[in-house]
Ligand binder design. Structure first.
Ligand code: ADP
Ligand code: MG
Ligand code: MG
Length: 924
């Protein structure tokens, strides 16, 4: 059998400090620290393999020979310490501690002071000359062992402790005398016997065996299983727990003793200075338990200068060895410093970035390591305000964390009110909607954040909010919005227009009332770090930006161009919408041209502004994409308005009759005034005119009606059936570029055609471009530098990449639509209806609209890249879907040979670091 030959027990001097899977994180580091000469109390580790063997054996038996090996190790520890396990004269006490490869807080409590019984206790009291200390250790041991290893509830012990305290008139535990504590331990022993039916085990080796089994069992306990599920800890990451048996050292042996925890650097700011807390005359747990308030580590320099100096040396040794910020535990026993645990410190984003940069400067790590130790997503923390972590508050609803950052403000329930309160009155508002539509855009501009009760992370609200860098909580289903009454119900409470609410788009939580936020900090160190990223990365990072503000911010975050500027956002502007509608409802080409002539200068200015902000970087403009009926009013609203107008028309006619009839009753002179004013009140002709207009609009809306608008009359299809629209946009782009060039601004416009499925479409649009370019060259007296390319977002486009590459200078993958097309999932419906179940039940691992589906969508992309480049080797290829800001997708884009990713402005720093990670990992 394997168990006879496999080594399961390792002295700290012999265990492999790199093998965390076998020895657990705590055990591996205890071995490592011992071997590098740090003062670790003697001890040994029982491996995770022994744990698994134990848990898998039908009768839950320890592996054969395990306890023999433990005995042998204990004898070695006795030798090193000069004490004896169970020896009443010089008792050796140990702690029994669990520890798996991944830190799992609260999996099992550590048992301290194991080895105590009536005899060894007396020996300990004789050796220390301190009866109070002895009985205190004893009663703590009985309770911990009783609870952790034997399953006796804490309450049973607490009850007895309270009884003794009351009898002794003691307020706190520290007020109890040795005699009281003796009484407590006697009562505790009786509690254990009453609960288990057996006397408390007094043989130290039996205590040890029970404790080892209890630690092993805790791996399969509910707490631990739930934790692993919650945090996706797979058996590959951690399998079984190790047991660490460590000689006890005592921080509670008087005022020359202490215990504490520390970080080698400040985990909140990254400052290169020892950070931590300690307690004088206390044992391990006391620091964390919060019974006494610990002191800041800086105090130690005053209280125990000699020890503080030793702690500095320990810190130095730990960092030089691990080359990573360490979070460690120490105990001082009568002037001697021991290190009891170390692990890599968990830090916030600011501290991670600062320590990366500073440790590189200190030559502790190189640039590559400095970059790789930071998860790209973590940087998001540094770009958005977040809730003040010191403020405790209960959320009232939970939605999806759709766009990071936190904000509070007055709740408003429609975009117009948002604009009124937000822009005109200068209030902070949160726009609350069931879901948002393109026509709500002005409300987004006016709001601090957006909250919706429906829709997923790729809903309109989420995408637009992310683009603007505003917080958004989407799909908070616990909230029901009543727009008419201007209020929302949440469970048993509600909030009305004007009530203050707070949303946290990073966690998806919604709060009533205002919760303070802390501002983002784009530190100088972050600039340095991202500079290194750019050196290492092959992928360039561009931004999706539609407005000069978006572009400016993206540029600040380091975007080297715009990969996607959506022109529909410009059409939706409040002042332009009427002109856009005029263009759509135009009955003749001349009428349409007249409207387009009004739009041309506006668009030209839009593009010019974008070019100027981004110069000399490329700006990629996508020609109009959405179905045009999206700009028109809703059919049902129109119908309702028409009904109302017709009623009004009848009344108006009635009034005219009434006015005439009044003249029959009275002498005309007396009532002339009244008659006139009646006539003036509603002029039937005006009403009829309004009806005719609405009817025309309704006819247009009905004519444009589509069953599946997303697969209907949009993108290049629209550009071909209404050529004047694309021609206007192309002219606006080229003229804006010509103006900039004249003004000495270097510009690189790129014209991008959406929804293309065949080269014929591209050829046709290209012919518009060529004609207009000739005209612009003529007018401005010089040609314009530009590139012409296509979105790849239709499956057929991937399949026909070779022929598209003949017409296009660049490909830009629109992975949002391409994902819809590949799965035949409509995004909104999928996220609202079946995707959550698909994810839960494991049919799909991830939401493909968030995490690029490398196996399906990625395969299409790879084919398109390879086929496209086979025709045009220098074909420029990028991605501009939401996925462009997602680290795993960025890694794929690197492998697939893309030239750039384009993502929303605030994701640019994340993408820059992710691009560096992709390059560094691929090179390994
Ligand atoms: P956790 O994983 O919850 O931190 P630990 O095993 O580290 O649990 O132990 C809990 C506390 O007991 C810590 O403060 C630790 O320093 C202390 N401790 C553990 N073993 C010993 C020991 N042999 N001597 C003194 N204190 C110890
Ligand atoms: Mg610990
Ligand atoms: Mg698209």
């Amino acid at each position: 059998m394997a168990s006879q030959t496999t080594k399961h027990v390792f002295a700290f001097e012999e265990g492999d400090g790199k093998d965390k899977r076998l020895l657990g994180g705590k055990g591996a580091n205890l071995c490592e620290m011992t071997q590098m000469g740090l003062n670790v109390p003697p001890g040994f580790v029982i491996s995770t393999a022994a744990c698994l063997e134990y848990l898998e054996s039908p009768e839950r038996a320890l592996p054969a020979g395990l306890m023999d090996a433990v005995h042998a190790q204990m004898r070695a520890v006795e030798k090193k310490t000069g004490k004896g396990f169970g020896d009443p004269d010089k008792p050796l006490l140990v702690s029994v501690r669990s520890g798996s490869a991944m830190s799992m807080p609260g999996m099992m409590d550590t048992i301290l002071n194991l080895g105590l019984n009536e005899e060894t206790l007396q020996g300990e009291i004789r050796a220390t000359g301190d009866a109070r200390f002895g009985y205190d250790a004893y009663r703590r041991f009985i309770q911990l062992f009783g609870k952790v290893a034997l399953g006796v509830p804490d309450a049973a012990f607490d009850h007895e402790l309270e009884a003794v305290k009351e009898a002794a008139h003691a307020k706190q535990d520290v007020d109890l005398s040795a005699h009281d504590l003796k009484e407590v331990s006697e009562r505790f022993l009786r509690v254990v016997e009453a609960h288990t039916g057996h006397p408390f085990p007094s043989d130290p080796y039996r205590q040890l065996e029970i404790a080892i089994k209890a630690v092993f069992n805790s791996w399969g306990g509910k707490r631990a299983v739930d934790y692993r599920r919650q945090f996706h800890i797979t058996p590959e990451m951690a399998n079984g727990t190790a047991v660490n048996v460590v000689t006890m050292v005592f921080g509670n042996r008087g005022d020359d003793s202490a215990t504490g925890v520390a970080f080698t650097r400040n985990p909140g700011s990254g400052e290169n200075k020892l950070y931590g807390e300690y307690l004088v005359n206390a044992q391990g747990e006391d620091v964390v338990a919060g019974i006494r308030t610990p002191k800041p580590i800086s105090r130690l320099r005053v209280e125990m200068p000699e020890m503080a100096a030793q702690l500095d040396i320990l810190r130095e040794k730990l960092e030089t060895h691990y080359r990573e910020v360490q979070d460690f535990e120490f105990t001082i026993e009568r002037g001697q410093l021991f290190c009891l645990q170390t692990r890599n410190g968990k830090m916030n984003a600011v501290a991670m970035v600062r320590t990366s940069v500073e440790m590189e400067r200190e030559d502790l790590i190189n640039k590559e390591e400095a970059l790789l130790r930071i998860q790209p997503d973590l940087l998001e923390q540094m770009l958005f305000p977040r809730l003040d972590p010191t403020v405790k508050a209960d959320s009232v609803a939970q939605g999806l964390p759709a766009s990071p950052g936190a904000a509070s403000g007055f709740a408003v329930f429609d975009a117009d009110r948002a604009e009124q309160f937000g822009h005109e009155l200068g209030q902070k508002v949160i726009l609350v909607r069931e879901e948002t539509k393109p026509e709500d855009i002005h409300g987004f501009f006016a709001a601090e954040g957006i909250l919706t009760s429906r829709g997923g992370k790729t809903s309109h609200a989420a995408v637009v909010a992310r683009g603007m860098g505003k917080p958004c909580v989407a799909g908070a289903e616990g909230i029901s919005v009543d727009v008419n009454r201007r209020e929302a119900r949440v469970g048993l409470t509600s909030f009305k227009e004007g009530d203050v609410i707070t949303i946290d788009g990073t966690s998806g939580k919604v709060y009533l009332g205002a919760i303070p936020t802390v501002e983002p900090d784009f530190t100088p160190e972050l600039d340095v770090l991202l500079g290194w990223s750019d050196e290492m990365a092959r992928l360039k990072v561009m931004a999706n930006a539609d407005t000069p503000e978006d572009a400016r911010r993206a540029r600040k975050y380091g975007a080297v161009g715009i990969g996607l500027a959506r022109t529909e956002r410009m059409f939706n502007d409040v002042e332009r919408l009427p002109v856009v509608i005029e263009m759509i409802v135009a009955e003749t080409p001349e009428a349409r041209q007249a409207a387009l002539d009004k739009l041309l200068p506006l668009q030209r200015k839009d593009f010019r502004d974008l070019f100027e902000v981004m110069a000399p970087n490329p700006v990629t403009i996508r020609l109009l994409d959405p179905p045009i009926h999206e700009f028109l009013p809703d059919e049902h609203v129109l119908e309702r308005e028409l009904t109302d107008l017709r009623v009004l028309a009848r009344s108006a006619r009635g009034m005219t009759v009434l006015a005439g009839a009044m003249g029959l009753l009275h002498s005309p002179d007396n009532v002339r005034h009244d008659i006139d004013s009646l006539r003036r009140m509603v002029d039937p002709a005006v009403v009829e005119e309004a009806i005719a207009k609405k009817e025309a609009m309704l006819r247009k809306v009905r004519a444009l009606y589509e069953t599946n608008p997303m697969l209907g009359h949009r993108g290049v299809r629209l550009g071909i059936t209404f050529p004047e629209i694309y021609q206007m946009q192309i002219r606006a782009i080229l003229e804006a570029a010509a103006e900039c060039t004249k003004a000495g601004i270097e510009v690189h416009p790129q014209i991008k055609v959406p929804q293309v499925c065949t080269a014929q479409e591209l050829r046709l649009v290209k012919s518009f471009v060529d004609t207009i370019h000739d005209e612009v060259t003529e007018t401005y007296g010089q040609p314009v530098n530009f590139k012409f390319g296509t979105m790849i977002e239709v499956v057929r486009a991937c399949m026909r990449a070779e022929s598209l590459a003949e017409e296009a200078e660049f490909f830009s993958f629109g992975t949002n639509d391409l994902t819809q097309a590949t799965f035949s999932f409509s995004r909104e419906d999928a996220e609202n209806k079946f995707l959550p179940l698909y994810n839960q039940s494991g049919i799909l691992q991830d939401n493909p609209f968030e995490v690029l589906d490398v196996k399906g969508v990625g395969k299409l992309m790879q084919l398109a890249v390879d086929w496209g480049r086979s025709v045009k080797p220098n074909l420029h290829v990028g991605i501009c879907g939401e996925h462009g800001g997602h680290p795993a997708s960025i890694a794929f884009c690197h492998q697939a040979g893309l030239d750039y990713v384009s993502c929303s402005g605030p994701r640019v720093p994340v993408a820059r670091l992710a691009a560096a990670h992709a390059a560094l990992k691929a090179a390994r």
